[in-house]
Design a protein around this ligand. Structure first.
Ligand code: ZN
Ligand code: ZN
Length: 776
């Protein structure tokens, strides 16, 4: 019997070739009706025999195009309308938009083939794309996703491009950025003074890089600085100009084969490298690499951060080079450069030449960073920096409510805007310590509000009163959100735990572990090694790392030897610590040690902290691994990099409850013992392994002890949600996972939401949703 279905589909279904796909299967199955884009997604009416209609609905979900992501599919039966054919109809606009914008995606195999095919009309054209690939999020001004709402609006399609665009059977049917050499964006080569040089912009750039110059190359979400990684002098010049002493640079490699020559790669990592998200993947360096990359590219690191060419321009560049440094073009922690003239201004003194083009980047978006194995036990890939390729794909939430906006933390900033039961985490913003980054935050919020068509009803920010984001909330100004909204201030580590729970779809009370560098505590001290009982907006601090003095306050973060000295004063007393200090820290003037140890003894000039990050710093510095840092987390990273993870011995530690019943995890006995071992010549690799294992064992014991103190009436999860920058440490994550499993506790670690502060905004948003629900 003939019948008619009306099918409504929501999710990422626009700009990904969904309507041609529907058209094709309807034609193949001999069904009639129509398909159209709406502001909710895609609407289909289809007529035919009952069985064929069921099969059609099944195909929609199972055979959807690669970039489509269906979040809901609803079908209703209707009386037949007598459609005679199947057509693609024009878009229907509705007031409340729910359609999702696709993230930017890497060049697809078809476009790549055409790009390199001398017979193809787009051979060598650096802006080739189709419905399966290309820019989306970074070129959209507003929804619906139609060409006039993108930065392609100024380019009028030539007849050939227009024909493809209009043909439902074509791979470029309604590919909004569709273009060719004749009608689309073009490259331009500029010198540092802004003058435009005639000639082939692409080849001029290639020549400049080969001469050791620093080239600023405009990509998908912003500029990269491209430098020859085999030229040590060029790499050193880049470091000096960028003010980046030791933090590793990312490399773009031509293909998987080149990646395999540089790094040890498992099959799963190959999939990650070649994925549509095309992130930077942190991979173990090959012990005997087939290519002589300059040591200055990634000093003291076990990893190379590798990515494959993900735009056609990159693909062409990588035909000329097998490996290139491609590092984000920004100054220190300022946001990425995206506009041609702005880049020229801000990169002055850094870049020698510029390869630019005339397709505007509406919104900047950095490269994402992924670690293929969060630990060796197959936790799978872990996102460390969530940006291009991932944003703005939603995170499904275990709760719903009015839209809320979370402004995130200070370092590794990101925002999070919710709509119903979906959370949209914006791209990595950088450190929110300057006006540029703050303005970038406003841009991202305004853009998210626009493409999601929502306006937040409440705000969330960090508890820290001095963060720029906290002040943004108070002082108002040029903010895209309404003034006078309710504001919820969320404790940093509370947000970490909520974020981890939300990513795993859990909305129940849980005992969590938050380990990171620093967050403002509810008692006004600096936290960072916390065992928290979290139940939505409620949080109890059941345990923490023993507090230590940070002599000189924040200066101790940049000079980890200060934390080592602090630990030594606590273990051995000031006199003995001062005797050992010149042996351990020959670079530090003895007078400084005298003063700093006095701070520790008298508890002056500094602050108390329970930070786990500072414990890592102290241990790293005490072993002489890293006394001074030039980037965040350096001392801990360098300790992890040389640690032997197979070590099973532990050092002494204690877990005790203080008078208030709070569990205190004390690692000072471990420092005391390790100091003797170190002075006796114990290898650093072994000491590192013992330290990691001891910390994991101590925390697992404390978590068990805290669980036992809980009232039987408390309905607490078996799982232990964990969050904070310390869990970026793959060696430690694996050890704590095993320790917890050994105690029948189920560790819950982040996957697609960063475990570092990049994931804080999600936790803050969850807090605000819960607070609104409770009517706070
Ligand atoms: Zn394509
Ligand atoms: Zn054209």
């Amino acid at each position: 019997m003939r019948s008619r279905y009306r099918i409504e589909i929501e999710g990422i279904v626009q700009g990904v070739g969904f309507r041609p796909f529907v058209y094709r299967i309807a034609e193949e199955m001999g069904l009639t009706g129509w398909v159209t884009n709406t502001s909710h997604g895609v609407l289909i009416e289809v007529e035919g025999e009952g069985e064929a209609l069921e099969a059609f609905a099944g195909h929609l979900e199972r055979k959807a195009p690669p970039l489509a992501n269906i979040t809901s599919l609803a079908k209703h039966s209707l009386p037949t309308a007598g459609y005679r054919d199947f057509t693609i109809r024009g878009s229907i606009a509705r007031p409340d938009s729910r359609v999702l914008v696709s993230p930017d995606t890497a060049i697809c195999p078809d476009c790549r083939r055409e790009l390199l095919d001398p017979e193809d009309r787009r051979c060598g054209y650096p802006f080739i794309n189709c419905t399966n690939c290309g820019p989306r999020y970074t070129i959209i001004n507003s929804v619906p996703y139609d060409r006039p709402n993108t930065s392609m609006a100024r380019f009028t399609m030539c007849t050939l491009c227009r024909t493809e665009y209009d043909d439902p059977a074509d791979r470029r049917f309604h590919a909004q950025p569709n273009a060719c050499e004749k009608c689309g964006p073009r490259l331009q080569f500029r010198l540092a003074d802004g003058s435009v040089l005639p000639g082939d912009p692409f080849m001029l750039t290639v020549t400049a890089i080969k001469q050791g110059k620093v080239a600023a190359v405009k990509g998908l979400g912003g500029f990269h600085l491209a430098v020859d990684p085999f030229n040590a002098q060029a790499v050193r010049r880049l470091r000096a100009r960028k003010g980046r002493e030791e933090k590793p640079f990312a490399l773009m490699v031509r293909d998987l084969e080149t990646a395999r020559r540089l790094c040890k790669i498992k099959e799963r990592s190959e999939g990650l490298l070649a994925s549509t998200e095309s992130p930077i993947v942190l991979l173990d360096k090959h012990p005997d690499p087939g290519l002589a990359i300059a040591a200055e590219v990634a000093p003291k690191s076990r990893y190379f951060g590798l990515m494959l060419p993900y735009t056609p321009l990159h693909t062409l560049l990588m035909e000329e080079f097998d490996t290139l440094i491609m590092t984000s073009a920004n100054v220190a922690e300022e946001p990425l450069c995206a506009d041609n003239d702005e880049a020229q201004k801000r990169l002055s003194g850094i870049a020698d030449v510029y390869l630019v083009h005339d397709r505007d980047i509406v919104l900047r978006c950095d490269d994402s960073i992924v670690m293929p194995d969060g630990n060796s036990s197959g936790r799978g890939p872990v996102v460390l920096r969530r940006a291009r390729g991932f944003v703005p794909a939603p995170v499904p939430l275990p709760m719903s409510g009015d839209p809320v906006l979370a402004l995130g933390p200070e370092l590794k900033g990101s925002v999070c805007l919710t709509r119903g039961n979906q959370a949209f985490i914006g791209q990595h913003l950088g450190d929110l310590k300057n006006l540029e980054t703050l303005n970038f935050l406003r841009e991202v919020v305004a853009h998210l509000m626009d493409i999601l068509q929502v306006s937040p009803k409440a705000l969330a920010c960090d508890l820290h009163p001095d963060y720029l984001t906290s002040r943004l909330v108070e002082e108002g100004g040029e903010n895209p959100w309404e003034e006078g909204l309710p504001v919820f201030r969320v404790q940093h580590h509370h947000a970490h735990i909520l974020s981890c729970l939300a990513e795993h779809g859990v909305n129940e009370p849980a005992l969590g572990l938050a380990l990171d560098g620093a967050g403002f505590g509810t008692d006004g001290t600096v936290w960072g090694g916390e065992i928290l009982l979290v139940d939505g907006t409620r949080m109890d601090r059941l345990g923490h790392m023993r507090t230590l003095w940070m002599p000189g306050g924040d200066q101790a973060v940049r000079e980890p030897y200060r934390m080592a000295l602090s630990c030594m004063v606590e273990c051995r007393g000031r006199k003995d610590a001062l005797k050992l200090a010149p042996v351990l820290f020959p670079e530090v003037p003895e007078g400084d040690m005298e003063i700093l140890s006095g701070f520790v003894e008298r508890r002056t000039n500094g602050m108390m902290t329970s930070s786990c990050g500072r414990i890592f710093d102290a241990f790293s510095a005490m072993l002489g691994i890293c006394l001074f840092t030039s980037y965040e987390g350096q001392a801990a990273i360098e300790l992890e990099m040389l640690t032997d993870p197979s070590v099973t011995d532990t050092l002494p530690f204690s877990v005790d409850f203080d008078r208030d019943g709070t569990a205190i995890v004390d690692l000072l006995p471990a420092f005391d013992a390790a100091l003797d071992l170190h002075l006796a010549g114990e290898p650093l690799e072994r000491l590192g392994g013992m330290f990691h294992r001891t910390l994991a064992a101590a925390l697992a014991q404390a978590l068990s002890a805290c669980r036992e103190t809980l009232n039987a009436s408390e309905r607490v999860q078996e799982s232990i949600p964990m969050g904070g920058g310390v869990f970026q440490n793959a060696v430690f994550s694996e050890m704590i996972r095993r320790e917890l499993s050994g105690r029948s506790l189920r560790p819950l670690l982040h996957r697609t939401v960063p475990t570092n502060d990049g994931g804080i905004s999600l936790g803050q948003a969850v807090f605000a949703l819960e607070a609104l629900r409770k009517g706070f």
